[in-house]
Design a protein around this ligand. Structure first.
Ligand code: SF4
Ligand code: SF4
Length: 435
């Protein structure tokens, strides 16, 4: 398989510096009750209630759900139904800041070395930890091996998007937490091998991590350095890079005995166990030419996106497009009060030249979409088939294999909404004949 992609710069040209900044505390933090894969959480607070930092405010309703905690102390001001940036309507819990912060102090380290697997999984679940690569799968589900065994634990320390420079900073600044978090996952999953995947430019940081892991886990630790190209870190492409095997649409990495987790997830898991810290903040990149200074922040969940943009010097242009999550996979933000949630890896502020917004024109047959597709699918044919209501033909061209990475749209000179069309078509039931 030929893997193409978009090359990532070493760091955004307007990046202010190479260290994390702690974002300021918002005046009001908002928490949508679904910011994880699975079922909505159920509010357990009422308007007027006082909450502490780290207090449970919405409880997981099933195993495939996640607890939500308040990132700030204060008072519940409203619980209202609104539309989240993902287009789904749900309850939001709004908390106005007031009172004393307690969770941030990391002086009391717990000894969890004698905990059994069930105790560890239960604590990760209780603290609302989810996979922090954007998928937001509850980690107590992902790191459970009830049905499938894990032979390879893949530590994803690569950049999620061509615009971002988050992974390298985490590797530099949070090595101890990452190492301890990987050791926790290794205890739960019992892999034979740990594979560290990162960009070629991070080899020094990866070697240090590799050395610490070998000493702590006594497992085989391998390193896989990839070109810093989007979308190499997608699960299916990572499996291909590791095994040279192309997964069928119905087969996941876990079916192949691999569990892939992002380094930010290991940090959150370690903090949950060592400091009893719920998932109330996360590392996030604020980037793009539309913001004055691209920065990596540690920000409280629930903080309005507009607040985070101000933290980075504000917008450079009124017509900047704001995107929650990554430039390729994110959703456009209309309301700057949209809160930071567990699923967001980045906030992008893009200028018109970066969004390349223009009216779509007719397909010229240039094949740029085919050349740009990392899975060598036929985006033009898939698009034309969907438009002709022939989902059966679109599937024959690879629609179900499409990872909706957006690269075909990125390369298309006719500005056709290729990947957006594929996302919608994939949501429809599997079809076998003319519609
Ligand atoms: S969105 Fe799908 S078809 Fe387009 S480049 Fe990505 S994988 Fe290929
Ligand atoms: S890149 Fe766009 S214009 Fe070129 S063949 Fe593909 S769909 Fe047509």
């Amino acid at each position: 398989m030929r893997i193409s992609g978009v090359k990532a710069p070493n760091k955004p040209s307007n990046q202010a510096d190479d260290t994390f900044h702690f974002a300021a505390i918002p005046i009001i933090a908002s928490y949508p009750v679904l910011q994880h894969a699975g079922k909505e959480a159920l509010p357990v607070v009422h308007v007027g209630d006082r909450v502490e930092e780290g207090m449970l405010i919405a409880k997981a309703t099933t195993m495939h759900s996640a607890n939500i905690h308040s990132a700030i102390p204060g008072e519940v001001k409203a619980i209202t139904s609104r539309v989240h940036v993902n287009g789904k309507k749900m309850l939001f819990i709004d908390v106005a800041t007031g009172g004393r912060f307690r969770v941030q102090a990391k002086d009391a380290v717990r000894d969890y070395s004698n905990w059994n697997k069930q105790q560890i999984l239960s604590e990760l679940s209780s603290k609302g930890v989810v996979e922090l690569d954007g998928s937001a799968v509850p980690i107590h589900i992902k790191w459970t091996t009830k049905e499938k065994s894990c032979s390879i634990l893949v530590v994803d320390a690569s950049e999620v998007d061509a615009y971002l420079s988050l992974a390298q900073q985490l590797l530099k600044e949070q090595l101890t937490a990452i190492t301890s978090g990987i050791a926790i996952a290794a205890r739960l999953l019992e892999p034979k091998t740990i594979v560290l995947v990162s960009n070629r430019t991070f080899s020094a940081e990866l070697q240090t991590l590799s050395q610490s892991l070998k000493e702590i886990t006594k497992l085989e630790v391998r390193e896989l350095l990839l070109d810093a190209k989007y979308p190499y870190r997608h699960e299916r492409l990572m499996v291909y890079s590791l095994t040279q095997e192309r997964l069928l649409p119905s087969v996941s990495a876990e079916d192949k005995g691999m569990v892939i987790s992002n380094i930010a997830t290991f940090i959150a898991s370690y903090e949950a166990l060592a400091f009893a810290k719920p998932l109330i903040d996360r590392a996030i990149s604020v980037a793009g030419a539309g913001v004055k200074h691209s920065r990596s922040l540690i920000a409280k969940l629930g903080t309005p996106i507009g607040f985070l943009l101000e933290e980075c010097g504000g917008l450079t242009a009124k017509n900047a497009t704001i995107v929650a999550h990554t430039a390729m996979l994110g959703k456009m933000v209309i309301d700057l009060d949209t809160p930071l949630t567990k699923e967001m890896v980045a906030i992008m502020a893009l200028l018109p030249k970066e969004t390349k917004s223009a009216r779509p024109t007719a397909c010229s047959g240039c094949s740029a979409c085919f050349r740009g597709c990392p899975l060598s699918l036929a985006p033009r044919e898939m698009y034309q088939s969907i438009k002709a209501n022939r989902l059966d033909i679109a599937h024959a061209y690879g629609l179900s294999e499409c990872i909706t990475c957006g690269l075909c749209s990125y390369h298309c000179p006719a500005r056709l909404e290729l990947s957006q069309t594929f996302v919608q078509a994939q949501d429809k039931p599997t079809l076998t004949g003319r519609q």
